[in-house]
Design a protein around this ligand. Structure first.
Ligand SMILES: [Zn+2]
Length: 294
């Protein structure tokens, strides 16, 4: 009886404490409702200023969904283009935003083992996918494929593996139908919102921004409400990383480095200890230039 009372009082103390729920929301732009071409995707293009508002609206919807599910700490990573798209003043004051590049771990910059869940907003399919609006992997201009242990990766599955390194599950993805199908195939049955169906590389049939945002809010909340049903994507080391480039010279010059194996004219292979080392290698490749200033 005494033991039972002790257990009951311990349970009461535990349930009285506010439960910690720390969420990272990684936001890309190609998968936002209505985005179909470069016209929406970068500064100077004629629809960009409007579409960064829609991107912000979808990100804020995910924030509101997370708060409804009891999130106690929310970090939002602006992970498209220059990393300076989201309108920071539109977010609630208790949210923190990660902006600009370079940053360690790329689109997952800021993640560590203190997080409980990751949410993907506005994601797109990979450069290896036959379908998907603006399908590419990290750099549409430079890379034609990224694989881990022989398995082709999308940005979503790669980022899920980085989160998995810290034992953090991805619970939700929004984007076009191709992006969702591709990530689910490797990561598992994430909660999702299909913002549009791809009709081609530069065309889609899309929800309106308001409709997409409302779905994202409710589905993010329901995903976080059943957090225990998601598993982190854990890829044990060592990891064989393969990267294929659009052009020859990158592969040629990288092969000067010991440990880099140029196994085809356009592609190299590199053995990494774990996903963090793989991420550092890829971030170095995509951000290094001898012209870097300052
Ligand atoms: Zn992007």
């Amino acid at each position: 009886m005494r033991t039972l009372l002790l257990i009951l009082s311990a349970a009461a103390v535990l349930s009285a404490q506010p439960r910690k729920l720390k969420v990272l929301i990684s936001v890309d732009m190609e998968g936002i409702a209505g985005v179909v071409s470069g016209d929406q995707l970068g500064p100077g293009n004629f629809e960009y200023e409007r579409f960064r508002q829609f991107m912000t609206q979808e990100a804020v919807a995910a924030v509101n969904g997370a708060r409804a599910a009891g999130a106690t700490e929310i970090v939002v990573g602006d992970s498209h283009g220059n990393g300076e798209n989201l309108l920071i003043e539109k977010f609630p004051p208790d949210v923190k935003l990660i902006r600009s590049w370079p940053r360690r771990l790329g689109m997952m910059g800021g993640i560590d083992a203190t997080f409980d869940a990751v949410v993907f907003i506005g994601y797109h399919s990979s450069t290896s996918n036959l379908t998907g609006v603006r399908a590419h992997t990290f750099s549409s201009a430079r890379l034609t494929g990224v694989s881990v242990n022989g398995v082709t990766q999308s940005e979503g599955s790669w980022n899920a593996a980085i989160a998995g390194h810290f034992n953090v599950p991805v619970v939700f993805i929004s984007g076009d139908d191709a992006a969702i199908a591709e990530v689910r195939a490797l990561v598992g049955p994430l909660e999702s919102v299909e913002t549009k169906k791809a009709l081609g590389f530069h065309s889609a049939i899309s929800l309106t921004p308001d409709a997409a945002a409302e779905l994202i809010r409710t589905k993010t909340a329901s995903a976080l409400g059943r957090l225990k049903s998601f598993r982190p994507l854990q890829i044990g080391g060592p990891i064989t990383l393969e990267i294929a480039f659009k052009h020859y010279r990158v592969a040629e010059v990288l092969a000067y480095l010991r440990g880099v194996d140029r196994f085809s004219p356009h592609a190299i292979r590199y053995q990494c200890r774990d996903m963090l080392e793989a991420s550092d290698f890829l971030q170095f490749l995509t951000h290094f230039s001898l012209n870097l200033e300052p």
